[in-house]
Design a binder for this molecule. Sequence first.
Ligand code: ZN
Length: 238
Amino acid sequence: MTNSITVRQVSIMDSAEWSWRDGRPHWRGGVYDPFPAYPHDLAVVTSAVEYVQECCPPLWDVDLHVLDREEVARSNAATDTREGKQWDEAAGAWVPQPPHGDIMLSGKRIPPHPSVTRYAVGHEYGHQVQCMISHARGAKSVHDKAILTEYVALRGLPAESVAPGLGGTWHAAAAEVFACDFRVLAVGIDPQYWPHPGVPHPGTVEGLAGWWDQALADLTTFRTAQDAAEAEPIEAAV
Ligand SMILES: [Zn+2]
């Protein structure tokens, strides 16, 4: 069974849990503004999703949620990759579960421009791909930072940029540069748009395109082996 990205429409007002403490709707770790908002256009989202997963099919299932309310954090989108174990009663053991990705596209007070939608899909999927490359390399966690440590050296970024960017430093965070490099070099969405002042455009960095070619080729090799292993019939225990 191959994995895919599934687009899901979410009504925050129907799905949220309301917090006694702050009186606001919470959903999947985010806090949302009940003020009416416009979701990203579903046709644009679907076409961008089909495009990115054709360029780089996922190693695990990803749900891309199109939300009808805006997160109070005001970002356009967010991403998360879950991994963990599940108790197997028969085996009497915790069994590792395949990772699972979530991408949330926040609603906005005016309808988002289609370019913003395409940008957000490409960029957020780039975060998933970072986790996928780590997974294919055998990292204990998909959130392992070794890939970013390697990437800051390749990119000439300061070592401290491996840490997530706080307000006003998003543009300099290694993971954000990585996600936008994926958008530009791997899937070519709005390649001239480079929202990282002070960081060279990926098209001008020597060796970077080759690093991505190799990383994507390694992902293809891992995905092919994973799909083949899943397709094999399970032999009865004797
Ligand atoms: Zn990002």
